[in-house]
Design a protein around this ligand. Structure first.
Ligand code: G6P
Length: 607
């Protein structure tokens, strides 16, 4: 949460910083601020979006060529102008800080610093960083930051400016992301690459527990003892256009429509002429055969992809598999050992709970495989092996294409393990692989059927509650479909295992309730239809997701979203598509800010 942007160089930086913040707004958008260093520090902060900050600073050219900016997602301290960043140390100290993450020991530090005479102006945990740097400063800003850093507990990234160090930004990170953009005679610093992608594609990653000093001619990396570390400059091949909407009304719509490509890219060369190769898996065939169980850990949408993975691994690789929410599992005293494979799934690769769960898993000796969309993310450094989804940059806060890419990777992974373990018949595997190959095409055909979804959005967009039901592989889809609707339309939803409905949610049904049921062709289809009858008997309106050719379902459902026919397990990757479109159509009719739903953030770097 929270986005940091910094610049030090030769160009007036106000506009560069604001443009960078706009690219990072998905990380938090309850307030924003900027600090421009030009002899003195000029700070402007505003509650609200970056637009409000832009208006406050005005159009006039500001000569500052060094500055920091921040977009906030509040954790400690309410959403007020005084709690927005940059935060300052004591008046006249010249120290200004922007911060992302949490300082866990801030209460004690604040008490000690206040006792030593420091005056606090905010309710944030961040302010202790500014005062600590001030208290350690005696002419050497880098040393002051290093000493301050050593006293902080928690997970964070922060950057510091000092009035008397005109060409210098000093920053540090522990678990929260920070990356340096390398220009000609100028350097950028940011929470994520898109912030400076228009200016440079050359990056240096700041690693965990490092301090970085950016000056116009380059960046220096230090470990906590102050020893210099060499860090290569790497090129990122992201297309800047990918970070633009390209004419779509929202990023989310663009990303929903990009799913066939995301699936195709995730499959890529991994599946070639029927041969499945997962470079990066980094497990020998002997290790795969020696596995005793698999645990999939994730948060949010990635957790739903993990639930699908669980079914696949059980079915195809015949491995005991479970999927859990990372923030729960990490406190569960889990039973795992060196024969366990722990798969951490995360779009960003930076979600703090998933990172913590990975650490727990590694401490128990398990092999940890990261499945993520972001190269160089923290997760890729903490894992024993990494498989990338290749969905491209996802800006919309509510995940869409990264979900289908994660599900696709689960197909590949479960098939690979099944083939090596000899638990899936070669013929069946060949059939499934051929179907996986055609998934991009099937996804395109599914998305092209938007005409079936729009009338349903039109009919129900004013309803105040939706129930989602599914069984087996349809359950995670029901969960994800419900999450999409709640995230972007703010309509309360419940998602349940269809067989479990009669133990509770059935009490919520009346003649006005829309009930979305995932009823694709598979071995539990008849059971799902029995549950649909129970819904109908209460007068609720059934919206079904079903397989092409199933005409009977029209007897029990008022609306049907049909999917092209494929293998039962693979229907999961398709079934979510009309449900994303439904959520989108409803949120659009409600006139909401779809790309930036209230209170949510794309990357959650707090527990
Ligand atoms: C946030 C996002 C979700 C995402 C979840 C997990 O809640 O809004 O879209 O699914 O974090 O994020 P990750 O990056 O670990 O997949």
């Amino acid at each position: 949460m929270c986005g940091i942007v910094g610049y030090v160089g030769e160009r007036p930086c106000k506009e560069l910083l604001l443009a960078g913040l706009e690219r990072l707004e998905y990380r938090g958008y309850d307030s924003a601020g900027i600090c421009l260093l030009n002899g003195d520090v000029a700070i402007t902060r505003r509650v609200g979006r970056v637009d409000a900050l832009r208006e406050a600073v005005g159009d006039a050219l500001h000569p500052a060529t060094t500055g920091l900016a921040h977009t906030r997602w509040a954790t400690h301290g309410g959403v007020t102008e005084s709690n927005a960043h940059p935060v300052e140390a004591c008046e006249g100290s010249g120290v200004t800080v922007v911060h992302n993450g949490i300082i866990e020991n801030y209460v004690g530090l604040r008490r000690d610093l206040a006792g030593a005479g420091h005056e606090f102006h905010t309710d944030t945990d961040s302010e202790v960083i500014a005062h600590l740097v001030e208290s350690q400063y005696s002419g050497d800003l880098v040393e002051a930051v290093r000493l301050a850093y050593a006293q902080l507990h928690g997970h964070f990234a922060f950057a510091v400016l000092h009035r008397d160090h005109a060409d210098e930004i000093v920053a540090a990170r522990r678990q929260c992301p920070l990356v340096v953009g390398v220009g000609e005679g100028e350097m950028f610093m940011a929470s994520a690459i898109p912030a400076f992608l228009r200016e440079t594609r050359r990056v240096q990653y700041v690693m965990d527990d490092e301090i970085v000093v950016a000056r116009p001619d380059g960046a220096t990396f230090l470990d906590p003892r102050g020893t210099v570390i060499e860090r290569p400059v790497e090129d990122v091949d992201w297309d800047d256009d990918a970070a633009e909407k390209q004419g779509y009304e929202t990023f989310m719509l663009k990303e929903i429509l990009e799913q066939p490509q995301a699936i195709a890219d995730t499959i890529g060369e991994r599946l070639y002429h029927g041969e499945l190769q997962l470079d990066g898996l980094n497990l020998s065939e002997e290790q795969i055969r020696g596995l005793s169980r698999v645990v999939i850990l994730a948060c949010g949408t990635a957790y739903h992809a993990g639930l699908i993975g669980r079914y696949l691994l059980e079915e195809w690789a015949r491995l005991p598999a479970e999927s859990d929410i990372a923030s729960e599992w990490r406190y569960r005293h889990p039973v795992i050992d060196e024969h366990s494979l722990v798969i951490a799934v995360s779009q960003s690769g930076e979600t703090i709970d998933t990172l913590a769960a990975m650490k727990e898993a590694r401490d128990h000796g398990a092999h940890v495989l990261a499945v993520t969309n972001i190269m160089g993310s923290q997760m890729t450094r903490d894992a024993d092996s990494v498989l990338y989804t290749r969905a491209g940059l996802e800006i919309g806060v509510a995940a869409s294409k990264t979900f289908t890419a994660q599900v696709t990777l689960m197909y590949l992974l479960a098939l690979k393990l099944g083939l090596v373990r000899g638990t899936i018949a070669t013929e069946r595997a060949a059939k499934l692989l051929a179907e996986v190959r055609s998934l991009p095409d099937l996804a395109q055909r599914t998305l092209d059927r938007i005409d079936a979804v729009e009338p349903v959005a039109e009919r129900f967009w004013q309803n105040e509650f939706f129930l989602y039901l599914g069984r087996y592989i349809g359950l995670p889809i029901a969960l994800e479909g419900a999450l999409k609707l709640k995230e972007i339309s703010y309509i309360p939803t419940d998602a349940y295992a269809a067989g479990e409905m009669k133990h509770g949610p059935i009490a919520l049904l009346d003649e006005s309730t829309p009930v979305v049921v995932v009823a694709t062709d598979n071995h539990v289809y008849e059971k799902v239809i029995s549950n649909v009858e129970e819904v109908r008997a209460r007068g609720a309106h059934v919206i079904a997701v079903a397989t092409d050719g199933n005409e009977d379902i029209k007897q029990v459902a008022e609306h049907v979203f049909y999917l092209p026919r494929t293998e039962p397990e693979l229907q999961a990757a398709l079934a979510i598509l009309p449900l994303q479109q439904l959520a989108y159509g409803i949120a659009r009719r409600r006139g909401l800010d779809i790309d930036k739903p209230r209170n949510l953030a794309k990357t959650v770097t707090v527990e």
